[in-house]
Design a protein around this ligand. Structure first.
Ligand code: NAI
Length: 303
């Protein structure tokens, strides 16, 4: 992990206009956070329903702020007006920075990144919110890979303070400084890391999950593990609950990437707790069932 040297901050280009490609859980959250922090944002998707869901989610979050007395209805309208929904690329031409947040599929991402590059100015910075795909690999899709890097937000975007800025071997210092600048404008704390499986957070987190799965395979009760980590060790959530929040499908995929990258640190077996839930399509909070059952996002009984 590299801290951003002060001298690099001066290299940052202004990011007065942003764009997000993909209006799903992450794209919608990134667009909301950008707009709330006064950076107008274009939100592009291929699916009109996804765009509407993204806008609805932003409205709900803003409505909560009004209920808490932190926002006026006029300000809410202003924020919503600064999110420009679109189904085509023309609207991103004025963007200083683009965050790609489409599905976690390297082929789709490569096509999207190449399309983005065709539509933005030469000075624009292009980023990907991928959680597992190599930034060096994605940068091959671009004619000017020096203006590209990873910009990895965490879910839910409006609450999670960290953003990982991931450099490829050719990302320029200007690009890194610009992305750190945009993250800061969004009220986030950026860390700059080199490209590797899991980047920083998942590289720390997944060996911990592997240890948890090993304990469960050895006969430990995951509800007890969660209780110990939460009530005694003092972490906000134990590993089983955290896996349900992250999504068992997402965790399963990241687990494979980490096991390929660091086999010596990942005691993964194809019979482990994550794999069993994955094959039963119990993806955690999002499907209402994982390690626990859920209604309205509240953790219920173990299943
Ligand atoms: P999602 O499935 O909620 O949203 C993906 C969106 O991309 C959908 O609305 C889909 O219509 C759209 N899309 C697909 N192809 C497109 C294209 N060619 N052009 C424009 N839009 C297109 O997925 P989610 O969870 O928001 O993930 C997006 C990215 O963020 C993935 O790379 C994922 O790995 C990453 N990520 C996800 C986190 C999470 O907790 N869900 C956390 C951090 C990163």
């Amino acid at each position: 992990v590299k801290s951003l040297a002060k001298r690099n901050v001066s290299l940052a280009r202004p990011t007065g206009n942003a764009a997000v490609i993909g209006a799903g859980i992450m794209g919608g959250g990134i667009a909301y956070q950008s707009a709330v922090k006064h950076v107008p944002v274009v939100m592009k998707d291929i699916n009109a329903n996804a765009i509407q869901l993204g806008l609805n989610e932003a409205s709900k979050l803003l409505q909560k702020q009004i209920e808490r007395g932190r926002l006026t209805p006029e300000k809410m309208a202003q924020v919503l007006n600064s999110i420009q929904p679109t189904l085509n690329y023309d609207a991103i031409e004025m963007s200083d920075i683009v965050v790609e947040a489409v599905v976690e599929n390297p082929k789709v991402k490569a096509l999207v990144l190449a399309d983005v590059e065709k539509h933005v100015s030469d000075n624009a910075v292009i980023t990907s919110n991928t959680s597992t795909i190599s930034i060096n690999q994605l940068s091959l899709a671009l004619k000017h890979p020096e203006r590209f890097c990873g910009m990895h937000f965490f879910n839910p975007v409006h609450r999670m303070p960290l953003v990982e800025v991931i450099k490829s071997s050719v990302t320029s210092d200007e690009t890194v400084a610009t992305v750190v600048g945009y993250a800061t404008q969004m009220g986030k704390t950026a860390i700059v890391v080199n490209d590797c499986p899991g980047f920083f957070v998942n590289r720390v987190l997944f060996p911990y999950f592997a240890g948890f799965c090993q304990l469960v395979a050895d006969g430990a009760d995951y509800t007890v593990i969660d209780k110990v980590m939460e009530k005694v060790f003092g972490w906000p959530m134990g590993p089983a609950y955290l896996l349900d929040v992250v999504g068992i499908d997402t965790a399963h995929h990241a687990q494979q990437v980490m096991a390929e990258g660091f086999p010596e640190r990942m005691a993964v077996t194809y019979q482990d707790a994550i794999h069993k839930l994955f094959t039963a399509s119990c993806f955690g909070q999002k499907t209402g069932s994982g390690f626990y059952s859920y209604s309205k996002d509240k953790r219920g009984k173990s299943v």
